[in-house]
Design a protein around this ligand. Sequence first.
Ligand code: UGA
Length: 428
Amino acid sequence: MRVAVIGTGYVGLVTGVVLADLGNQVLCIENDPEKLAKLRAAEAPSFEPGIEELLKRTIADGSLRVSDSVAEAAKFADVLFIAVGTPSRPDGSVDLSAVHAVAEEIGKNLTHDLLVVNKSTAPVGTVREIGRIIERSSIGRKAVVASNPEFLREGNALQDTREPDRIVIGADDRASVAALEELYSPLNKPILFTSPESAEMIKYACNAFLATKISYINAISRVCELCGADVAHVAKGMGMDRRIGPDFLKAGLGYGGSCLPKDVAGFIDFAGRMGYDFQMLHAVKGVNEAQASHFLQRIEKELGGLEGKTICVLGLAFKPETDDMRAAKSLEVIDFLLARGAAVRVHDPAAMHVVEPQYPQIEFAESPYCAAEGADAAILVTEWNAYKNMDFDRFGAKMCSKVFFDGRRACSQQALERAGFRYFTIGS
Ligand code: UGA
């Protein structure tokens, strides 16, 4: 099948390479000249395990091409995916201008029956609006428009796309999206057909629920600290109940990234516009915003102030296996430390190049051991495997004082204490 994907962010690029790998002819559209040049050279514009290899292979065998022309995509494709950004405005509402601009361009270039599938996370009603824009700009021609939300996680994007728990397709009638069903048939996964409205809502309801689970366990972690319970044991005991499940119950510095914070804010805004004040999600957001600053205050107290201290920060990216720094908790940590007069030395296996231009005053070390040099304490912010499996004797030998604050409950307390560290973590 001939497939076009507009936008080569995480969702668009992964969709493109996976569908090309499944034997389709795929055209990916990117309007950022720098990203486009990289893609043309078969280089992945962002760090994501496995993507570059697949990109190289599908470009080399001719199944994937890149271009900057939405017009070309509209003329070429049987199925066209919209996967452009839907960023937050300062008030939390969702900026749909990129989606609308693409819809207009599709309309202007509509030459045949085209199935337009929206994958960008967007409030309920967006699919119908895309349909109206296409109809208006094509002077009466209609395209079938469907919603097909994406549930992949950064750092795990290829596997999530090839082996999704389910595929959600929102359309007015199943027959009109038969091409999409056929496209996904090689994955052999359950497909849920709903209305466009319900499909759009499923995406927000999922991300808001995942954020709720995280904020719930983080709120529990605060109570654990006050009463002597251990949140890791509490989460384990909760997760063994099949009605609750063990996933997304890891207490830490809170959720970051380009999706959960943005989508919680977008959902609160959307619900408000519909006439419902989503107080529960306000609380979820509030717990998340307080989590890192609470741990930082504990650190400051434990160290007797931060002025003149050297702090080693392990991990910058918002989660492991990515170089994505959007809404990363490390930024909050670094800003706090600098504001209190500490010197900061950081390490991250993938994201240092993204952060370096913004922070000329901090030191970027080439290994965690170099980052520990002369430090009064270490704070683990992102749970990369490289930190979990460190040689803590070697790490501690570099430091002035062996104090370890584990912001993700990632390292073994026993191993650190054996190496002579004082160990502090969230929720115990
Ligand atoms: C999230 C969802 O998990 C995906 O299903 C969804 O497709 C995606 O948003 C999206 O809308 O595009 P992602 O942001 O890539 O995926 O990463 P997650 O694995 O969900 O992690 C988000 C944040 O939550 C990270 O900062 C992580 O450290 C934190 N987290 C996650 C916790 O603090 N505790 C947990 O138990 C799990």
